[in-house]
Ligand binder design. Structure first.
Ligand SMILES: [Zn+2]
Length: 426
């Protein structure tokens, strides 16, 4: 409202000047230059709105700005050249126009706009001179920077000589985990911006440390180990989701720092090898802290999603010193899909449609996380920017049957965890 009224005042003033006859409609009161990284900005301070024309001339490179019905203020001082702008010259354009010539270091892409008065200032004509070849490189790089897919490493627990737990009717955990892992991969690969890799795609044995190493080699954003639970009595039931316990993380950090081979490795994109011990410990700690935090957030979402399709064993994310979860820089969770020792759940695990639902729930939790916390450069980050719909929601407003609480109920003996034995947990 204020702007409109001022504009009207200016128009009346102009009309008066036109009536007066010979005076210029606008006065160029100042010209200022500000060099930026990729462009140089020239700002013309004007006493009134004015029409202007801008054009480029090559050999040598120049930009000419003609301002109609205007004149330079008496005593106007021109700035020294700066940025791509070597020098400025002024002259007259036609009978009643003012001309400014920018002598350039290189050819530029000019962009200009007129700013209407604000904060008591006058009209301003802004001319941005963008470096051409830098811009070209940037747009080529922008084209090359196609958003990457988020990589999920899926680990089918057990395999080969290690059958895992078994059910009353003879179902072996290693077969169930592989079937769920393959189904989860199928569903993930069908998603926009996601891609899955399997640590094993057959009935063979892989040492535990090799499983998470495979995830690190694949530059995975997440490691999901798939298991089926076991308990001495047949009535234990429900899905559960595990993450690494603090103790597990601490002992793993000590091992990484002690192990020369590991120290030569990259942790969170930082090479530890050439850092002194204290710095390496700090970097590892930071990386591990962020990894554990992400693991917890993902575990909660997956547990919540599993809780929508069936019972959960406990209402919270559990923690243990599982070897497969020990990547210092890849968020990792372990999903106990159901109790293979519970006859009803064994039946469920043997049903392809039920496995599809289980995999679907894991996918829901994982996708929900990457929508809320999109990794930089990922499709999720891009989609979030473009639609604005992928903004993080406060966790408190989310629906869910499982509580958001994380509690340590078991910090398994490392030897037991090493075997990933599925004994009693409480
Ligand atoms: Zn298992």
């Amino acid at each position: 409202m204020w702007g409109t009224r001022l504009q009207l005042t200016v128009l009346i003033a102009c009309a008066a000047l036109w009536c007066a006859g010979n005076a210029a409609a606008a006065e160029i009161r100042a010209i200022k230059l500000s060099p930026e990284a990729d462009h140089t900005r020239a700002t013309f301070e004007l006493s009134a709105q004015a029409d202007y024309k801008l054009f480029a001339i090559a050999n040598p490179d120049r930009i000419v700005v003609d301002v109609a019905d205007s004149a330079f203020a008496p005593g106007l001082r021109l700035p020294e050249g700066s940025g791509v702008l070597k020098a400025l010259r002024t002259g007259k354009h036609g009978n009643d126009g003012a001309r400014v010539v920018f002598d350039l270091d290189e050819s530029v892409q000019p962009k200009s706009f007129l700013l209407t008065p604000a904060d008591g200032g006058g009209y301003r004509l802004v001319v941005d001179l963008y470096k051409k070849h830098k811009g070209a490189v940037k747009s080529a790089a922008a084209l090359a920077a196609k958003p990457r897919e988020v990589v999920i490493a899926i680990d089918a627990g057990h395999g080969g000589v290690d059958p895992g737990a078994s059910g009353a009717s003879g179902t072996q955990e290693k077969d169930i985990t592989l079937a769920v892992a393959r189904e989860l991969k199928r569903q993930i690969d069908a998603q926009h911006g996601m891609h899955a890799v399997l640590t094993r795609d057959g009935d063979y044995f892989i040492p535990l440390a090799e499983r998470y190493q495979k995830a690190r080699n694949a530059k995975a954003d997440l490691f999901v180990s798939v298991h089926a639970d076991a308990y001495a009595s047949g009535d234990a039931r429900g899905s559960s989701v595990w993450m690494l316990s603090g103790r597990g993380a601490t002992s793993e950090a000590a091992r990484w720092l002690a192990d020369r081979e590991n120290r030569a490795d990259l942790v969170g994109g930082v090479k530890l090898e050439d850092k002194d011990h204290t710095l390496a410990a700090v970097l590892l700690d930071l990386s591990q802290g962020a990894t554990l935090e992400a693991s917890g957030a993902i575990a909660q979402r997956v547990l919540r999603a599993l809780g929508k399709i069936g019972p959960t064993h406990r209402g919270y994310v559990e923690k243990a010193n599982f070897v497969v979860l020990r990547s210092p820089d890849v968020p990792s969770i372990l999903v106990e899909t159901a109790f293979i020792t519970n006859p009803a759940e064994e039946k469920r695990l043997n049903n392809a449609a039920q496995r599809e639902r289980l995999a679907g729930a894991i996918l829901d939790g994982v996708r929900d996380y990457f929508r809320s916390v999109p990794p930089p450069g990922s499709w999720f980050a891009q989609a979030g920017k473009e639609t604005g719909k992928e903004k993080p929601e406060p966790v408190a407003t989310r629906r869910g049957t499982a509580s958001a609480k994380v509690a340590v109920i078991a910090d398994d003996d490392p030897d037991r965890a090493e075997l990933l034995a599925h004994g009693p947990k409480s």
